[in-house]
Ligand binder design. Structure first.
Ligand code: SF4
Length: 106
């Protein structure tokens, strides 16, 4: 390898290292994950991304006006359709979702 190619190789390697390391190298948390209805914990709590799709027979006290945005465990994010829920370890739940852990905001 001639010196020019060696120089370019080192330059490329040094420039791409921070990109390859990504956000973890700088102590940032990984991006939050969207909660799937098929998640075992979500299934156990009857989570639905659309509150109107909740099993009415299984959850007779559920009302269609109960949505994640009205729940105390929800951390709203302006302009986002999904936001973190503390009941699911910060996974993203749908604004219009619902689960059996619903706790009306005071
Ligand atoms: S705990 Fe509240 S915010 Fe979280 S999924 Fe259930 S209803 Fe939605």
């Amino acid at each position: 390898m001639d010196s020019r190619r060696r120089f370019l190789f080192k330059l490329a390697a040094s420039a791409s290292a921070p990109i390859a390391l990504g956000s973890r190298a700088f102590g940032q948390a990984p991006p939050p994950v969207k909660l799937e209805e098929s998640d075992p914990v979500a299934t156990a709590l009857g989570y639905k991304m659309d509150t109107t799709k909740v099993d009415k027979a299984k959850y007779p006290n559920h009302k269609d006006d109960q949505v994640c945005t009205g729940c105390a465990l929800f951390t709203p994010k302006a302009g986002e359709e999904f936001a973190p829920c503390s009941a699911f370890g910060g996974k993203l739940v749908a604004n219009k979702g619902w689960c059996a852990a619903y706790a009306k905001k005071p």
